[in-house]
Design a protein around this ligand. Structure first.
Ligand SMILES: [Zn+2]
Length: 155
């Protein structure tokens, strides 16, 4: 699914100025009915971990004891780039559908040229996969949601 179809377009980049706001934004989109455990699919018995040493956005499932965050299974989870920079890049490229030069992105979100090129490539790949294939393959795809609502995006 394309970013623009799934979410109300954010007003500005300021919305993603840090990891905390980026996580809450993504949680609202991917978990509209609250967190879902990616391992067992459990809904209700999930707690948010708020300790000083825990990672931002960490949740714990009290059914299977898995610790996870909203980025689990998305293109963001295997990346060293902070989530808020990903969301800024998605915003700037309209979900990977709008062309942007790597050195422009590099300047705006303050990453290396190599990182910026890699991000643009992955966003473009995710966007074209979303076009030709199942909508759930877009940059915001989340397997835990697919498990809960396998046909949600189909007519
Ligand atoms: Zn679980």
């Amino acid at each position: 699914m394309k970013w623009s179809e799934k979410a109300e377009r954010p007003v500005s980049l300021a919305r993603f100025e840090d990891e905390l706001s980026a996580h809450s934004y993504l949680e609202k989109i991917l978990w509209p009915e609250g967190p879902v455990c990616p391992r067992c699919g459990s809904h209700g018995r999930i707690g948010k971990l708020d300790g000083a040493s825990t990672r931002i956005g960490a949740h714990k499932c009290y059914v299977c004891r898995r610790i996870f965050s909203v980025t689990h299974g998305t293109i963001f989870s295997s990346s060293h780039v902070p989530l808020h920079k990903w969301l800024q890049a998605i915003y700037l490229t309209d979900g990977g559908t709008k062309p942007m030069r790597p050195h422009h992105l590099q300047r705006v979100i303050n990453v290396s040229f190599k990182t910026a090129s890699g991000m643009l490539r992955r966003l473009a790949e995710a966007a074209s996969a979303a076009d030709e294939d199942a909508p759930s393959h877009g940059p915001m795809a989340n397997p835990s949601n697919r498990r809960e609502h396998p046909n949600r995006d189909c007519p």
